[in-house]
Design a protein around this ligand. Sequence first.
Ligand code: ATP
Length: 294
Amino acid sequence: MLCGKITETAYGKINLTLDVVGRREDGYHLVCMVMQTVNIFDTVTIEASGREGGIRLHTDSSEIPDGEDNLVWKAADLMRHELGIKDELDITLTKRIPVAAGMAGGSTDAAAVMRGMVRLSGADISADRLKELGVTLGADIPYCIEGGTQLAEGIGEKLTGLENVPHAYLVIVKPGISVSTGWVYKAFDSIPAEDVVHPDTPAMLEAIRKGDIAGVAANLRNVLEQQTGAQYPVIGELERFLKSFGALGAMMTGSGPTVFSLFDRKEKAENAYHALTACYPDYQSFLTEFVNEA
Ligand code: ATP
């Protein structure tokens, strides 16, 4: 029986690159992307009463399901099966990561539950086993279990750890539009192969290896932005806005619509952030930094 209470921090991510390199037989897109953890996080607290019972989820967000459809609930259920237990769990999720934003909010919450259940139970489950379980719920979950700077291939589950990305100040903004991930991939599929402008992933890896933040900024590229940016001009508008305040680079993360920008100087990032919140008060804006592995 599990008894006790544990809190996990669930960090969001951005994509420094996102390439689609093929299609699996089951229809999943094969990707090649450089992912990076950022210091915007949800908090997940798991409380086990020491009795048998169900899983209850409490959340402060009205934008996400609070029952069995929530990835937190699914991850807890998955872990109960893995551990062979039927313990009653009360899970409290405090959301700060924008929802449906391309920042892996649901996936990182699920990864946090999985890590938390391992800690709470003291079970000997390897990180590889956790990632194997996690990918059954979502392709970004293995990355969220690992975190830091990673090259993600396959459907996102084949990870190669990279050196820490060089330091930068980040301004991140989610505009007030909803973009369906399904639509984004369909729109991408409609681009003739010869018209897709792919990221130069080796150049990004080299810039990270050399600790060259200007090189990182110069190689930001997301193939999903080509069509999404054309359909939703606010994405390009925000990028131009942030660059006009001195951002080294700006790009849409994941399937969007969130835009992030990189700054080498704190004052410039602060200016951009303040101008952004003044001009776009209804958008969710953040001034933050990367989270690297210790
Ligand atoms: P990704 O970057 O992995 O594509 P995302 O950041 O675009 O993810 P999420 O915030 O994970 O998107 O939300 C996607 C959908 O998942 C939403 O429609 C939301 O209702 C649902 N969802 C289920 N559980 C959660 C959760 N714990 N947090 C956020 N969204 C959740």
